[in-house]
Write a protein that binds this ligand. Structure first.
Ligand code: HEC
Length: 140
């Protein structure tokens, strides 16, 4: 095992551990990420009333009603895919929603010793944390 591998494994374990600890108490990782990156458009409570969102013709989605709109079942896979955005169907046209999968991947790869496979795990963990947090925001 190379030194680089050890470092990137430690980085991945760190992110996964933070995710685990957050899950055991409250969704701290997802909450922090949401407030830092999503609330500008979707609003602090996820209601779609963020300040930046007001500037776009296409209104950011109210993320508190996703379960309600899906017959009371929170659509985990769809939400994960919507955040990731890398498999977005071009036919749907352009979207103001950033492609977070690409963005988070580029950010993860900035880690000096991280390998692409480990970076992928970090991205998945962060998208899962965000999805869990949006789940916790459901109005009813
Ligand atoms: C620049 C504004 C902007 C930012 C920042 C943003 N979004 Fe969005 N988001 C949108 C818009 C606009 C839509 C609705 C259009 C669409 O679905 O393509 C949307 C749609 C979504 C959807 C799809 C909801 C559905 O219809 O199922 C999810 C989930 C979502 N955003 C989550 C997030 C998360 C998580 C973040 C932060 C990591 C984030 N968004 C940051 C603008 C934004």
């Amino acid at each position: 095992m190379s030194l680089g591998h050890v470092f990137s494994s430690v980085a991945v374990a760190g992110v996964l551990l933070i995710g685990y600890a957050a899950h055991a108490q409250e969704a701290v990782l997802g909450k922090n990420e949401f407030e830092a990156r999503c609330s500008v458009c979707h609003g602090v409570t996820g209601a779609g009333d963020g300040l930046v969102g007001e500037l776009f013709a296409q209104k950011p989605k109210n993320l508190r009603v996703l379960a309600k709109e899906n017959g009371g079942i929170f659509p985990f896979d769809e939400v994960r895919a919507a955040i990731d955005g890398r498999r977005r169907v071009i036919a749907h046209g352009s979207s103001e929603m950033p492609i977070w999968g690409d963005y988070l991947m580029a950010e993860a790869l900035e880690g000096r010793f991280i390998r692409p496979n480990d970076a992928r795990l970090v991205v998945e963990a962060r998208i899962s944390a965000l999805t869990q947090y949006i789940h916790s925001l459901q109005a009813d």
